[in-house]
Design a protein around this ligand. Structure first.
Ligand SMILES: NC(=O)c1ccc[n+]([C@@H]2O[C@H](COP(=O)([O-])OP(=O)(O)OC[C@H]3O[C@@H](n4cnc5c(N)ncnc54)[C@H](OP(=O)(O)O)[C@@H]3O)[C@@H](O)[C@H]2O)c1
Length: 308
């Protein structure tokens, strides 16, 4: 099958087209014919892209662990899905990803594709929506009326974080670039701070929850705007290897979750949640998409690779 593989990660990450063997599903696994896969550029520097589960160097990883497609084959013992089902979801970070014609996943990591969405739209959902859900609802447990500060509100995760915080009654302040301020307001943020011109720490305080999708200085400065009993959640890639106990406690990595994917699909079909596809590129252009070198049509949301 056709796939995109990481051919080297030193001194820089390089992706290239490759012909690789079509995978087959093992016991309890599902083979998905990929129609579209989401692009998370920072994934290339995450640990599982370059290392196996037992710490050995990993070569030739196929990136992209969120997708929309059709069930092509069921492994032994799989129940709840049938060949031809349209599904969307994630697969294991340590497994080959979905920037390929086929990928293998687990039944618990996928759900029925939202019927009203195209495959490209559905592929832009799983990581963004699950990360926002797990950060805001499972970890921070946002309550109605609470003030939530969302850093990176126009990003692939941020667009879902703003919507989910609002749907749970949160009052949202978001940081974004000036060009995305109107969009972020229309998504539900009461206040938008242009991070390029205004230090957010000068204008927000006493926040109940910070959801940080930016990291670095933004995360560091966010501690000062939290209420004494406020909750911090960070998903930023640079927090992964931290030794700071406070940051370690605030950081988490999104996990596949069938029940949440099914609820998110219902919300998308009901028009309660919206997805924003910033660009659709063919498989051959996936390396450029990971290098953020493709033409974007919106300037917010997610870039998607359309495989078939
Ligand atoms: N831990 C996890 O499970 C997990 C899951 C998914 C993603 N992530 C990580 O989360 C981060 C965000 O991911 P993403 O996919 O949403 O990225 P993305 O689509 O590239 O969005 C990043 C957003 O951050 C904004 N931004 C940049 N600098 C900023 C600043 N100083 N202050 C406020 N906003 C700023 C940009 O806004 P403008 O476009 O308006 O300039 C952009 O919209 C990445 O580090 C990614 O690796 C982690």
């Amino acid at each position: 099958m056709k796939a995109i593989q990481l051919v080297t990660s030193q001194p820089a990450v390089v992706l290239a087209k490759a012909e690789v063997a079509k995978p087959s599903p093992g016991k309890g696994e599902i083979l998905v014919r990929v129609h579209a896969a989401g692009v998370t550029p920072t994934e290339l520097i995450w640990y599982p892209t370059s290392y196996t589960k037992d710490g050995q160097p990993r070569l030739r990883a196929i990136p992209g662990h969120e997708f929309s497609g059709v069930v092509a084959e069921l492994g032994e013992g799989v129940q709840g899905f049938a060949g031809g089902d349209e599904v969307y979801g994630m697969n294991d970070w340590f497994a080959d990803g979905a920037t390929a014609e086929y990928c293998v996943t687990q039944p618990a990591s996928i759900a029925r594709k939202p019927g009203r969405l195209s495959h490209a739209e559905a592929a832009a959902v799983p990581i963004g929506a699950l990360t926002a859900w797990q950060g805001l609802l499972d970890r921070a447990k946002v309550q109605a009326g609470e003030h939530v500060l969302i850093h990176g509100g126009a990003g692939a995760v941020g667009v879902f974080a703003i919507q989910l915080a609002r749907l749970h009654g949160g009052r949202v302040t978001a940081t974004a670039s000036g060009k995305n301020a109107a969009f972020v307001t229309q998504l539900g943020a009461e206040k938008v701070i242009d991070y390029a011109t205004m230090p957010f720490e000068d204008v927000v305080r006493e926040v109940d929850v910070v959801f940080d999708a930016v990291g670095g200085e933004t995360l560091e400065k966010s501690w000062s705007v939290l209420k004494p009993d406020g909750r911090m959640v960070t998903i930023a890639a640079d927090a992964e290897g931290t030794t700071d106990e406070r940051v370690k406690a605030a950081f988490f990595i999104v996990e596949p979750n069938q029940k949440q994917l099914a609820e998110i699909a219902d919300m998308l079909d009901a028009g309660k949640l919206r997805v924003f596809v910033d660009a659709e590129v063919p498989l051959a252009e996936a390396p450029a998409a990971y290098e953020r070198k493709v033409q974007r049509r919106l300037g917010y949301g997610k870039v998607v690779v359309v495989v078939s």
